[in-house]
Design a protein around this ligand. Structure first.
Ligand code: CO
Length: 464
């Protein structure tokens, strides 16, 4: 019996997000979309994550229009997006009415599969998105934010997968945004989850640390149904391993990949000059293609390493890099071992930086960290020690209910605030998720005298 493995192609979302700060425009994508649709992919990841922000902020594009234009061309392949549960695509919790409407409209405009994750693996933050996705007729894939700590055992992750299945997930993804899933653990995790639940299982990793191809081989052997790769032009380093290479290797080992190699070659030939263009413009920093085993040593995502280095360099403190790097795992332990994925990756990084630069731990604490300790992001994987809590929020009480239960409906207020420019519910949702960027985009679109230039500065790397 031939073993099967299917591929999700990430070049339109994670591949370009990880290597060119999500600057690829819809015009860059459209000429090759038909070929991508004919290549035999299980799905194309093309929306959500940082694409939405980038469309509005840098590209002067309506993200909803991108989705509709691509959907029109794609007849055979599923379109997939990445959503951060109750945070949607932003950094804070939204009320249920906004989450519901956003997910419904995503499916209505053409998304087939919504991959939804929570930075803390608090499944209460996934519930509304799962329900809305299913109600809209979409496929809801829940993702486990994979991380390592004494608490994050294989048993824990298997339990989490079961919990997600009970909540109504249509498939499960092991989402290793940092590239720290080893071949050995990957094999064990996939085998155990496949033994425990009957849902399709997908594995997502990054090539940062240099082990991703080995991990994909072992998870394929263990029975993973789908793996995530990026066409060679935007592969390797901080992105996913190369689609063509993994496909050739696995088919040589007897796997049916369903992929058409001549189409993959055409896709790579199309994207190579686009990659070269971004490299010549200085958007693609050659460092993103490097192998960074420090990721495995410090268990810190590659994107976080470069964010910290650029923050320190800007402030003239580049010599403190190693000290800050050593502080990151300590802050993470203090905060109950949150997975280092957006927004927790940025929050933990900033706190580590402040601890070192202030010369005293938790002398300076950003509001986001205070809210996290107050329970407003959800339940930390491990309870935060009383002494740390006391140092950060004094004797304030910590909430134990689902954070979004504290939020009254928000859509009516968003509608009122942006009614001057919004022409559709989609416009209101853009405004809800990225108020300033959406207002500027819609203002430029609707008002010839709206004179706010597009932003061009680089943003921090999102780790997803
Ligand atoms: Co990713």
């Amino acid at each position: 019996m031939t073993k099967q493995i299917r591929f999700m192609e990430t070049v339109l979302r994670d591949g370009q997000q990880s290597q060119i700060a999500t600057r690829m425009s819809t015009e860059n994508m459209l000429p090759i979309i038909k070929t991508m649709d004919e290549a035999g992919f299980h799905s194309l990841e093309m929306w959500g994550g940082a694409t939405f922000d980038s469309c509005l902020r840098f590209l002067n594009e309506d993200p909803w229009e991108r989705l509709r234009r691509i959907r029109k061309e794609v007849k055979n392949t599923k379109l997939q997006m990445l959503l951060r549960g109750q945070n949607l695509l932003g950094y804070k919790n939204y009320a249920d009415d906004v989450v519901r409407e956003f997910v419904m409209k995503s499916v209505e405009n053409g998304i087939d599969i919504v991959r939804v994750f929570d930075a803390l693996n608090d499944t209460r933050n996934l519930k509304t998105a799962i329900e809305a996705c299913k109600e809209a007729g979409g496929h809801c894939q829940t993702a486990i934010s994979y991380t390592t700590s004494d608490f994050h055992t294989v048993d824990y992750f298997v339990g989490l997968a079961k919990e997600m299945a009970e909540l109504g997930a249509d498939s499960i993804c092991i989402k290793d945004m940092a590239g720290v899933l080893t071949p050995a653990t990957g094999f064990e995790l996939v085998s155990r989850i496949k033994d425990s639940i009957a849902l399709p299982l997908e594995v997502h990793t990054h090539a940062t640390s240099g082990i991703s191809e080995m991990t994909y081989l072992k998870v394929a052997e263990a029975g993973a149904d789908i793996i995530d790769t990026a066409i060679s032009s935007f592969s390797g380093g901080t992105s996913q391993p190369a689609t063509e290479s993994v496909a050739i290797a696995l088919s040589g080992l007897g796997f049916d990949t369903g992929l058409k190699m001549d189409k993959l070659e055409e896709i790579a030939n199309y994207f190579n000059p686009i990659r070269d263009h971004f490299r010549n413009e200085g958007v693609l920093n050659p460092k993103v293609k490097d192998t960074e085993p420090k990721t495995l040593i410090y268990q810190v995502p590659g994107g976080m390493l470069s964010n910290l280095l650029s923050q320190l360099t800007e402030q003239g403190n580049a010599d403190k890099y190693d000290e800050v790097l050593a502080e990151v795992p300590k802050v993470r332990a203090d905060l109950g071992f949150p997975p280092l994925v957006t927004p927790l990756s940025q929050m933990v990084g900033t706190q580590a930086l402040m601890n070192i630069l202030a010369g005293e731990r938790y002398k300076m604490v950003p509001n986001e960290i205070k809210d996290y300790v107050r329970g407003l992001y959800g339940k930390p994987p491990v309870a935060i020690k009383a002494a740390i809590k006391e140092k950060i929020i004094g004797d304030e009480t910590v909430i134990t209910q689902r954070p979004a239960d504290l939020l009254a409906p928000q859509l009516p207020a968003f509608e009122a605030e942006i009614k001057q420019y919004a022409k559709s519910t989609e416009d209101v949702l853009s405004y809800a998720v990225f108020p300033q960027q959406a207002k500027d985009f819609l203002g430029r679109r609707e008002d010839p005298f709206y004179d706010v230039p597009l932003q061009t500065v680089n943003v921090k790397i999102e780790i997803q």
